[in-house]
Design a protein. Sequence first.
Length: 258
Amino acid sequence: MTAVLVVAIVFIVLTGSFFYFAGRNKGSNYIVPYDTEALLLANVAFYKELDEQRRVLFADRVKDFLNTVAIKGVEVTVTPADRILVAAGAIIPIFAFPDWKYRNIAEVLLYKGTFNKQFETDGEERNVLGMVGDGAMHRVMIISQPSLRSSFANPTDGHNTAIHEFVHLIDKADGVVDGVPEYLLSRPHLLPWIKEMHREIAILRRKKRPNINVYGATNDAEFFAVVAEYFFERPEKLRETHPELYEMLEDMFHSPIA
């Protein structure tokens, strides 16, 4: 009886200590800046363009994201503004869907610069700005900190690494990253989207297209993420130059907020 009691006490002490430290470490990666709204207003053009009611909704969803997804720096210091930019990149493409939550991500890692497919930040062939992990890196996203910052500093250049990577996660929600986000497309719209996507990729592989980065011709998944960047950063220009593509993206991303 005494031995059992001693073991129980030791277990409680040890596990209590473990959970205390685990909670403390977790907290350091789940920080919601106290001045979230001010940081959004200073750094996120999408937020600035919302009316007051929608700003409240957007800020609340940013805070919820930061409470549920860890953001860590790898050889860099993560600032409050960095946290806001990551969360904004997550919420912008799903803002029209009030019940959407990312179930396929647990943490975002910020790297000091570009990296390669082996996640190395030094050496040659470091041309990756962002990546959604798979296998051992499942539920992990990696983003170049300089690219994250420049993406929001230039809100109308059609490039946003954070939006790009979170669109990959939306695409991945149906089980595969293939450029066909089944959660955003009703069945009658699947084949028209695939047809339009393949038509645009074929053209892009032959010649440059206004507002569409040639990287979008890599494959279906990259095309979807690339055009989504343009859709959120330069919607009017995309509608002018690619009206059919714009209308399809509008149907995907802009259903009314309840």
